[in-house]
Design a protein around this ligand. Structure first.
Ligand code: ADP
Ligand code: ADP
Length: 231
């Protein structure tokens, strides 16, 4: 069942559109890689799907309902409750420990301190970074930071995880470890994933790859379906 969809999405920042009519479906529990060269519109598409940017034309639907017409407040609430986001780097609050960072989305949602901390510790454990629970980001490795950021993105148990170049700031091995965790946890929770990456090696973790070229889906690439990737 389609969970999230873009229909003919157009978005321009200036005279040249970054997206020129993109249509894409993300099924429940599906991991979709959005790939293509730098500047082809990957991040813009992710921002439109996540309700961060409003498209100039076209539609974005969430469970059959148009969200691109929603107010900023309504989209912001949707992002806090149903979506999780993981960016390339540097998104942890420097003044807070790993556990405090991961607990933050729960505290903002009204969860009690004790319960939020327990949930945060559980997620840090699942990501093998329980040992840095009381450490601040500045004293963690890049891989540890990104695992904490992943824990923070998943702690609210979102229906969709948006990951924009989540391994871009990490070395190859560390990046693959983070991706392995991301895919395992998404599968366990049946979370859909929109994974933006320019690295074919990272895209290979997805069920399906959608390649963008100059703001449109590139349909010339054959053999991009990965029907057995989840098995
Ligand atoms: P990608 O993620 O594939 O690198 P982007 O979606 O970031 O592509 O960018 C698509 C195009 O839109 C690029 O030409 C980029 O320079 C431009 N662009 C992206 N964000 C902005 C912005 N905030 N203001 C102006 N131009 C932008
Ligand atoms: P990415 O790695 O996602 O492609 P970029 O380094 O291209 O990111 O862009 C980082 C930020 O700068 C984004 O918020 C993007 O929207 C913005 N941006 C990208 N291109 C431009 C541009 N030509 N003018 C203004 N802002 C831009």
């Amino acid at each position: 069942m389609t969970q999230l969809a873009a229909r003919g999405v157009v978005k321009a920042y200036g005279p040249t559109p970054a997206l020129r009519g993109v249509t894409l479906d993300v099924a429940e529990g599906e991991i979709v890689a959005v790939t293509g060269p730098s500047g082809c519109g990957k991040s813009t598409l992710l921002h439109c799907l996540a309700g961060i940017l409003r498209p100039d034309a076209g539609q974005v639907t969430w469970r059959g309902e148009r969200i691109d017409t929603w107010s900023e407040a309504a989209r912001s609430k949707l992002r806090r409750t149903e979506f999780g986001v993981l960016f390339q780097f540097g998104q942890l609050v420097a003044e807070l420990t790993a556990a405090e960072n991961v607990a933050l989305p729960l505290l903002l949602a009204g969860t009690g301190r004790r319960e939020a901390r327990a949930a945060a510790l559980g997620w840090l454990e699942r990501l093998d970074v329980a040992d840095v629970a009381d450490v601040r980001p500045g004293r963690m490795s890049g891989g540890q930071q990104q695992r904490c950021a992943l824990a923070r993105a998943l702690v609210t148990e979102p229906r969709v995880l948006f990951a924009d170049e989540p391994t871009g700031a990490l070395d190859t091995l560390t990046g693959e470890q983070v991706l392995t965790h991301l895919v395992r946890l998404a599968r366990q929770q049946h979370t859909s994933v929109v994974l933006v990456t320019h690295e074919p090696r990272i895209a290979a973790y997805a069920d399906r790859e959608v390649m963008l070229r100059d703001g449109v889906v590139d349909t010339t690439g054959l053999g991009l379906e990965r029907p057995f990737a989840g098995e």
